[in-house]
Design a protein around this ligand. Structure first.
Ligand code: NAD
Length: 260
């Protein structure tokens, strides 16, 4: 479905980003991986995905908290594959704390990775998409791009920003064959969430199974995690030609969370 297309997936050495990268490679795209994993580990992952899909897969380490590195990641993808047709802005971090106890440097770091990097990679990738008259940008936001949770104010602010940014970019490039959408998952079991399960089990003095059902998935009516593969399949669809009229949209895959 995506043969001949090139894709950059930020934060794709783990969790949702890895599942999206794997699905894009299987759909025929050349894929550039990125993340903050040690190089040897990342190389093994790159080789695994390439063998699985029988296509080209690259890896570029880049710290997205740094604007020059974020731009450099797009440049490296263009140097390797000739273009960036698909940009999946996925890298993100979370930190759970009350606003009045939230460390200033963590706020800066969270906004740099979750929001500013999305601006820098999009800015750097758009000329390549405009040149070819085709592009797909999928920004992995969150149900927290629509609703809020206490102790997650910076994360909530960052994901609301990504939703707004996605809509505005979509309007700017609507006549140029480029779509831009925000994809908003509910809780997906990834390393980002595993850490919260462990932390909350200590805070609430509950076994992990009860933390998952009563704390983590309290807001998710299905009482089941969304699987990373489900998010990946949705992202691949948004990158297809069949989704060419879906732009500026906020797509939920949240087990019913935001229906309340
Ligand atoms: P994860 O922790 O499993 O993976 C995060 C990825 O981002 C990793 O590859 C990591 O290396 C990379 N990364 C982190 N900081 C980076 C940096 N400075 N530079 C480059 N790469 C960096 O997380 P995940 O749960 O897969 O989350 C992926 C995205 O999905 C995030 O934007 C997150 O906010 C969003 N999301 C997650 C959930 C969930 O329940 N897991 C729900 C909604 C939205």
């Amino acid at each position: 479905m995506l043969a001949g297309k090139t894709a950059l997936v930020t934060g794709s050495t783990s969790g949702i980003g890895l599942a999206v990268a794997r699905a894009l490679a299987k759909a025929g795209a050349k894929v550039m991986l990125n993340g903050s994993r040690p190089a040897a580990d990342a190389e093994a992952l790159r080789a695994e995905l390439a063998a699985e899909a029988g296509g080209e897969v690259g890896y570029t380490a880049a710290n997205l908290a740094d604007p020059a590195s974020a731009r450099g990641l797009v440049e490296a993808t263009i140097a390797a594959f000739g273009s960036v047709d698909i940009l999946i802005n996925n890298a993100g971090i979370q930190h759970v704390a009350a606003v009045d106890a939230f460390p200033d440097e963590t706020w800066d770091q969270l906004l740099a990775i979750n929001v500013s990097a999305v601006f820098h990679t999009t800015k750097a990738a758009l000329p390549s998409m405009k040149e070819r008259g085709w592009g797909r940008i999928v920004n992995i936001a969150s149900a927290h791009g629509i609703v809020a949770s206490p102790f997650k104010a910076p994360y909530t602010a960052s994901k609301h920003a990504v939703v707004g940014f996605s809509k505005a970019v979509a309007l700017e490039v609507a006549e140029q064959g480029i779509t831009c959408n925000a994809l908003c998952p509910g809780y997906v079991r990834t390393p980002l969430i595993e850490k919260q399960v462990v932390d909350q089990a200590v805070v609430h003095n509950l076994p992990e199974e009860r933390v998952i059902r009563e704390v983590i998935l309290a807001a998710q009516p299905t009482k089941q995690f969304v699987e990373a593969d489900e998010v990946a399949a949705f992202a691949v669809f948004l990158c297809s030609d069949a989704a060419r009229s879906i732009t500026g949209s906020v797509q939920l895959i949240d087990g019913g969370w935001t229906a309340r």
